[in-house]
Design a protein around this ligand. Structure first.
Ligand code: GDP
Length: 459
């Protein structure tokens, strides 16, 4: 058991921005005592005397008893709180000045400012949650799309933890058999055949491989996809951008070359966050300012993970259109044949094989947007991931599973190669120890600090 940290910490736990309400959270042995100095309940009940989960109405006050704000104190009693310690949350009006004032008063009354992620870290150190759940808290806060939120929520419910523990248990029992055999060759140790061992190994290996595969294909869904709208001037890029954003963002004009710089937005497209950039029309220009925009557009295009290549379907394809295809190279791209409401002239067949999908669209009124959505979904979800099934969601987790997988492959080949059970056991133990790191049961303080440093203060 680790030493439980004794200092009582305090932080603003809502956003560091003005809001309807703000919460200053205290956690630690002295949370209630400190809260009593800065909060006076209206009724007769005292913070230190009420049972857990009680909320008290009253005022946040300064040292002189002067009212700072009308407030509520929500009291949690150890171990039934987020951190496992006594916790008091003071809800006040969400003005920055008021929240900071109450925090300052808490600190003056004896609390210390919480470090980044310290509340969640205490929850982990106090055994309330394992490390994968702690990490999912951070993911939940920063999730920008539905899939990301679902994956984080399932992590938070311990789906990943249970999945890993089940694999680990099967490996631990295999290792126990092997050890018993090696140590007590003459005793009656229950039989485990090589066949059974190798089955246990391959089952675990399959689970690891699936987790690793899903991590890679899920990364874009979680972190967002860098998407670029490209095309020669006047094909309707800005109109498409506005359609996607749902409001007028880019400048739409009838004159070619008006989007001089890059307009960016993050939109939620079929549950996938797209970081979408509307670039200047990519074409040859003499205008020095416009050419800066074109250069930037080309750079942006080369960094994209997805391209909407827009063409004007009411005109024949031009040289510029064709040269855009060359610039896209191997980046996954969807050809958008815009202006489907006008008489059609562009030859779609000519370029069909260069794109993952070809979608007719009328960006002006949104006709065909559903088809574009379908094309994006089928392009990005080639390896469908069920985010509720327990997936890896941080680099640390992926790294640990990769190590576990390698160690297990060694164990499997030692077994297949007819090596001694000792050799198998050593690799197997390497794998088990990696899995203990995943859930945080065997882990160094440096790694713990590293995990929690990525949190924000107040969480
Ligand atoms: P950009 O230079 O590629 O960004 O093109 P814009 O979005 O500024 O559009 C150029 C012109 O095409 C504007 O007059 C738009 O109103 C028009 N336009 C865009 N989309 C459509 C469409 O789907 N149908 C029709 N008829 N006109 C469109």
């Amino acid at each position: 058991m680790r030493m439980i940290e004794q200092k009582t910490i305090a932080a603003i736990s809502t956003a560091q921005a003005p809001g309807g309400i703000g919460i200053v959270r205290l956690s630690g042995d002295r949370a209630k005592e400190i809260a009593e100095k800065i909060f006076i309940p209206k009724g007769r009940k005292k913070i230190s005397e009420v049972p857990g989960y009680t909320s008290l109405y009253g005022s946040a006050v300064d040292e002189n008893g002067e009212r700072v704000d009308e407030a509520l104190a929500l009291v949690f009693t150890a171990p039934k709180s987020y951190t496992g310690e006594d916790v008091v949350e003071i809800s006040c009006h969400g003005g920055m000045f008021i929240m900071r004032r109450i925090l300052a008063l808490a600190i003056r009354a004896g609390a210390v400012p919480a470090q980044a992620g310290e509340f969640t870290k205490r929850a982990f150190l106090n055994g309330r949650i394992d490390l994968t759940r702690a990490e999912s808290v951070m993911q939940l806060i920063s999730a920008s799309g539905e899939d990301a939120a679902k994956a984080a929520a399932s992590g938070n419910e311990g789906v990943l933890q249970r999945k890993i523990e089940a694999i680990r248990d099967s490996l631990v029992s295999a290792a126990a058999h092997l050890t018993a055999w090696a140590d007590y060759p003459d005793e009656e140790v229950p039989e485990i055949t090589e066949e059974e061992l190798s089955q246990t190994f391959s089952k675990a290996q399959a689970a690891f491989s699936k987790l690793l595969r899903e991590f890679d294909s899920g990364r874009m869904l979680r972190e967002g996809v860098k998407t670029v709208i490209a095309g020669r001037p006047n094909v309707g890029k800005s109109t498409l951008m506005n359609l996607l954003s749902g409001y007028d963002r880019s400048i739409v004009t009838e004159h070619a070359g008006t989007t001089r710089d890059i307009v960016e937005d993050v939109i939620n497209f079929a549950g996938i966050p797209l970081y979408i950039a509307d670039t200047a029309g990519i074409h040859d220009t003499q205008d020095p300012i416009e050419s800066i925009g074109v250069d930037r557009a080309v750079t942006k295009l080369s960094q994209a993970q997805l391209v909407f290549a827009v063409f004007d379907s009411s005109e024949e394809l031009t040289e510029e259109d064709l040269s855009l295809i060359g610039k896209i190279g191997n980046i996954p791209a969807i050809a958008v044949f815009n202006k489907s409401d006008l008489p059609q002239k562009a030859d779609r067949e000519r370029i069909r094989d260069k794109f993952s999908a070809v979608v007719p669209l009328c960006a002006k009124d949104g006709e065909g947007l559903d088809k574009l959505e379908e094309a994006v979904v089928s392009l990005l979800r080639q390896n469908p991931v069920n985010p509720s099934e327990g997936v890896l969601f941080t680099e640390r987790q992926r790294d640990v599973i990769e190590r576990a997988n390698e160690a297990l492959s060694e164990a499997a080949s030692a077994l297949a190669g007819g090596m001694t059970f000792d050799a198998v056991t050593v690799s197997l133990e390497g794998c088990i120890s990696a899995l203990l790191e995943l859930t945080g049961e065997r882990i160094s303080d440096t790694v713990i600090d590293e995990v929690f440093s990525k949190f924000c203060v107040g969480k």
